[in-house]
Design a protein around this ligand. Sequence first.
Ligand code: G3I
Length: 374
Amino acid sequence: MFSPKTISRRHALKQLTALAGAPLAANLLAQALADNNSPANGLSNSVSLGDEASRKGILYGSAVGKASLSLDQPYAELIARQCKIVVPESEMKWKTLRPTPDRYVFDAGDWIVRWAESHGIVVHGTALVWHEALPAWFEGYANKNNARELMVNHIKTVVGHYVGKMHSWDVVNEGLLETGLRDTPFLRLIGPEYMDLAFQTTAEADPKAIRVYNDMYVEESNNDVKRRLLLKLLEDMLSRKVPVQALGIQGHLRSDMGGFDAKKLRAFLRQVAGLGLQIFITELDMRDQSPANDVGTRDAAIARYCEDFLSTVLEEKAVTVVISWGLTDRYTWLSGKAPRSDGQPVRPLPFDQNLAPKPVFAAMAKAFDDAPNR
Ligand code: G3I
């Protein structure tokens, strides 16, 4: 079917998109792609998701970890081949950067930035202000008198350290619930103005890096309230001239949460774009909780779900960045966070544990190929 030597990108993509279209065919594709001897493995050498996305003016990439990137050469080569943007999964969070209140440790983040620069890949940072991944000292140290200075100094120091090297930053992450602002230490100790202050401080420290407000479960069909509150949050920030430039929709897709409603999501994205904001999909992966126990059926279901979501969001030209929360099942947070009840390894990402492309790879390639030009 495919011979890696002669496979052209166009031919490979044509074959992929032809096969990835129909559920039955996805099973065939699953077999072809999963088979390690299959010439189809040549696909990931011929078709790069980053290249496919770039042709439409979209940046595609993945979360990465310094440990895997520095120690797993085949994985590093796959990231370099497939990605145009990377985000350090943990290396730029408070817990990694701040071992003590007066020390910053940038080594791991610096290593990833250098690796990315050497491969012509841009870097998205996460997260300047987030209620999780805070160092152990934070709770006992931060108080109403020092929290404002603590947050401002953190942002100034970290954004200043990477000034000119960052494509974008998640300035505030997961600050909103369906009940209103999330009760975080920053809200409690600084007040609701903490978000405005975080964006203003980031803009002063690096005017060029795109400033993102990032949140989760925005796409779920039954989360109308969250989408309404999120739109209001962004409208109010912009009315106060807060320099937010993009909405980050994490995209941790969970078919067990009712899935997403394409019509509602399209309308919401249009409203966000109408505010003049870019939209990033920042943490795309698919929970693999299907009761089916055969890999082909599971892979096909995930591929269909991912293609439905991605083709819906990419219709909106304000969506300019798509980042998978990992590129291969070899490294995914879901292995620990959401293991399968049958004990089988989870399969949420475009490449399997052997770095072979899966139906979701084909689905993503097709979604990028079908997307309108930006
Ligand atoms: O690096 C240390 C290691 O030295 C230590 O031995 C080990 C055991 O304690 O912990 C390691 O740090 C872990 C880190 O991931 C790096 O692997 C932390 O404990 C662990 O909490 C951390 O989890 C990350 C989590 O964010 C918290 O930062 C996950 O990998 C990462 O996938 C997850 O990503 C979040 C996004 O940032 C925001 N949206 C939700 C998403 C999933 O929770």
